[in-house]
Design a protein around this ligand. Structure first.
Ligand SMILES: Cc1cc2nc3c(=O)[nH]c(=O)nc-3n(C[C@H](O)[C@H](O)[C@H](O)COP(=O)(O)O)c2cc1C
Length: 182
C-alpha cells in the first residue's frame, strides 16, 4: 500500500491550490483506493525562513514543524507537488519548504501537478530541474490551464474547478497517479 504525501505549494489562504489539491486527492482515491494520503498545506503549515541554524543535510532540525515535515517526507513513497505558476516559476513558499530538507527527498518518487491560467508550462521544467537536483525521481508532470475553468483575473482564483473532470487533463492525472503508486 503506497503512502503518498501531497504538498500544496501555494501559501495563499484563498487559493486555487486548495481546489487543485482536492482534485488530486479525490483522483488518487479513485485510481488507488488503498493508498494512504497525507496533505501538507503551506498556507497553514508554518516553516519559517529562519528557524533552522544547521544546513539541512546535517538533519539536526530544531523546530518541531521541520521535524514533522521531515518525518512526513521520509514516510512517503511518493510526493505530489501541487503548484501554481508565479512569474514563470514556483512560489517562494514551496522553494522554502523544499530547502528545509535534503536527504529526505533523495530517491523519492515525485509528481508535479502545476496550474495557472496560461497553462503552467514554464513552472514545470523549473521545478523538475530542482527536484532532479535533489535526486528525486520525477515520474510524470501534469500541467493544467485554469483559464477555461473560470479563472477570475480580479481575485486570481479559479471558480469552476470541478470542470477539470471534463478535460483531457483528468485522464493525464489518473495515468500519472497510477505511475506514482505503482
Ligand atoms: C505572484 C504571482 C505571479 C503570477 N505569475 C503568473 C505567471 O507567470 N503565469 C501565469 O500563468 N499565471 C501567473 N499568476 C496567476 C496564478 O498562477 C493564478 O492566479 C493561480 O490560480 C494562483 O494559484 P493560488 O491561488 O493557488 O496561489 C501569478 C499569480 C501571482 C499571485
Amino acid at each position: 500500500m503506497a503512502n503518498v504525501l501531497v504538498i500544496k505549494g501555494s501559501a495563499r489562504k484563498e487559493s486555487t491550490g486548495s481546489k487543485a489539491t482536492t482534485w488530486v486527492v479525490d483522483t488518487l482515491k479513485k485510481v488507488a483506493p488503498t493508498a494512504t494520503t497525507e496533505v501538507i498545506d503551506l498556507a497553514t503549515f508554518s516553516l519559517p525562513l529562519d528557524a533552522e541554524p544547521y544546513i539541512p543535510a546535517q538533519q539536526k532540525y530544531v523546530s518541531e514543524n521541520t521535524k514533522v515535515f521531515a518525518a512526513a517526507v521520509s514516510a512517503a513513497d511518493a510526493v505530489v507537488f501541487v503548484t501554481p505558476e508565479y512569474n514563470g516559476s514556483y512560489p517562494a513558499a514551496l522553494k522554502n519548504a523544499i530547502d528545509h530538507l535534503f536527504n529526505e527527498w533523495n530517491g523519492k518518487k515525485a509528481l508535479i501537478v502545476a496550474y495557472s491560467p496560461s497553462g503552467a508550462t514554464s513552472v514545470v521544467p523549473v521545478l523538475e530541474t530542482l527536484l532532479t537536483r535533489l535526486s528525486m525521481n520525477v515520474v510524470d508532470k501534469v500541467a493544467l490551464s485554469t483559464y477555461p475553468l473560470g479563472y477570475e483575473v480580479e481575485t486570481g482564483l479559479t471558480a469552476e474547478f470541478h470542470r477539470v473532470a471534463e478535460t483531457e487533463t483528468q485522464a493525464q492525472l489518473e495515468t500519472a497517479l497510477k505511475a506514482v503508486v505503482a
